[in-house]
Design a protein around this ligand. Structure first.
Ligand SMILES: N[C@@H](CCC(=O)N[C@@H](CSC=O)C(=O)NCC(=O)O)C(=O)O
Length: 280
């Protein structure tokens, strides 16, 4: 069994909100994540919703500001929030907020100096699920995934690359095409290198164009989001799902920005949407 250190636990909405740390083989660093486990019958196994956070975040942003616990308690869903990058003094970094620590982009870096620790795809796709399955009462046949901004990009691309693994997929204000926005071009050039063909497995629109499909999809995007026009480019996802004939619900929410005020407003909707698909 992989060792897990409990950093804190607090009773909330009848369940337990915990924060945990472990030594990650994928990143070669300690990694911290949070888990909310609703109250449940002894021996019961609950569905799990993975939430991937955006640029500059740790597990703490959504844990403190995401307002998911009441909805998860009602739906009986375990909510897991990982960090967004490896951390530590020997981990490469960049002065900018959109590259390096806090900006792992859910990729396996191949370029130096990033490759040694920036293996967030492997961490999120393989290592953390195995760890969570060992330590928490999850039913791994009932997984959903969501995320915000860079984390929305992570949720979409991980789900598209792993058909059948997630029964439900949603996103809040996701980066939909790193090939076509400055955040994505900078991060993928740095982590993966200049060959843009190698970026396609990290681009939701390219994955859909290349044949990947989801059973359906929920996206909420605020119209007053300052990143919408240049970075998020929701219209590219609308075009990709239309080309593919892929069922999706992409909602433009009038007047909402990119913050956790927006995320927390629609969090219960997303948890309920996942709950419908994760039942039984
Ligand atoms: N500091 C930056 C903006 C950083 C930012 O807005 N981060 C978002 C995610 S953006 C895409 O991944 C976030 O979730 N921040 C944490 C929070 O608690 O709000 C700037 O000044 O432009």
């Amino acid at each position: 069994m992989i060792a897990l250190e409990t950093l804190s636990t607090n009773k909330a909405h009848g369940g337990v909100q915990g924060v945990y740390s472990h030594a990650s083989a994928a990143t070669g660093t300690p990694m911290t994540f949070s888990v909310f486990v609703p109250d449940h019958a002894p021996g019961a196994r609950l569905p799990v919703l993975w939430y991937l956070s955006g640029l500059t975040c740790t597990h703490a942003n959504v844990t403190e500001k995401g307002e998911y616990r009441a909805a998860c308690a009602e739906q009986g869903i375990i909510f897991v929030a990982p960090d967004t990058s490896p951390r530590g003094d020997d981990v490469a970094d960049d002065e900018a907020y959109d590259f390096g620590k806090g900006a792992g982009f859910y990729v396996n870096a191949t370029q130096e100096p990033w490759a040694a620790h920036f293996q967030m795809r492997r961490y999120i796709e393989d290592e953390l699920p195995a760890l969570v399955a060992q330590h928490f009462p999850v039913d791994m046949a009932r997984q959903g995934i969501t995320g915000h901004s860079m984390g929305g990009h992570g949720a979409l691309t991980i789900a598209l690359r792993n058909p059948g693994r997630f029964r439900s997929v949603s996103a809040f204000a996701p980066i939909v095409s790193p090939l076509n926005c400055p955040w994505g071009e900078k991060a993928l050039t740095g982590y993966i290198g200049p060959d843009r063909a190698a970026w396609r497995e990290y681009d939701a629109c390219a994955l859909i164009d290349d044949g990947a499909r989801l059973p359906d999809l929920l996206v909420d995007q605020g119209t007053a989001d300052g990143f919408l026009a240049e970075q998020l480019r929701t219209e590219l996802l609308e075009q990709a799902v239309a080309r593919a004939g892929m069922p999706s619900t992409i909602r433009l929410q009038h007047g909402y920005d990119h913050s956790y005020y927006f995320i927390s407003t629609f969090m219960a909707d997303h948890v309920a949407w996942h709950g419908e698909r994760l039942k039984g």
